[in-house]
Design a protein around this ligand. Structure first.
Ligand code: 4NP
Length: 158
């Protein structure tokens, strides 16, 4: 049996972008029959214990997914042992992850859009201070990346 892959998405607050990335990957993995562990966290601590931003809940609901029970948490040093892949939503959060990463950790760090050919190195911009259209853009980006991550993580056959 192949080992179950595990992926942690990390943004700043864990209330806007990374919950949508978590929802998208859960959804795509389920559709593909891929058994995978998925979670999300924030580098910041302001929203610990809070549910996702209502605009993220609305956006997920538009795609048939209920994320209202998700609760924000802060990334910890233990996450670097618990997850094989830690995927930051933007370069600033990736830099913060590198700063707190325990020496010798084996988690693979990447940017979410590194998993979308042609968009490598780009940020998923923070939609927090903008209008609802920003959440649509976030969904479009995280859902394409989630589909590609499923393809990357699916056990190779033959
Ligand atoms: P997120 O968005 O990182 O996508 O969850 C943010 C949510 C809240 C704040 C910043 C970004 N904030 O400063 O409170």
């Amino acid at each position: 049996m192949p080992e179950t892959a595990s992926v942690l998405f990390v943004c700043l607050g864990n209330i806007c972008r990374s919950p949508l990335a978590e929802a998208a990957l859960r959804h795509e993995a389920e559709a593909a029959g891929l058994d995978i562990e998925v979670d999300s966290a924030g580098t910041g601590s302001w929203h610990i214990g809070k549910g996702p931003d209502p605009r993220s809940c609305d956006e997920a609901r538009r795609h048939g997914i209920d994320i209202s029970a998700y609760r924000a948490r802060q990334v910890t040093a233990r996450d670097f042992a618990r997850f094989d892949h830690i995927v930051a939503l933007d370069a600033s959060n990736l830099a913060n992850l590198r700063r707190i990463a325990p020496a010798g950790h084996e988690a693979r760090l990447s940017l979410l859009l590194d998993h979308v050919p042609g968009l490598e190195g780009q940020d998923v911009d923070d939609p927090y201070y903008g209008g609802p259209e920003g959440f649509e853009t976030t969904w479009a980006q995280v859902s394409v990346a989630a589909r590609n991550l499923v393809a990357e993580l699916a056990p190779k056959r033959g």
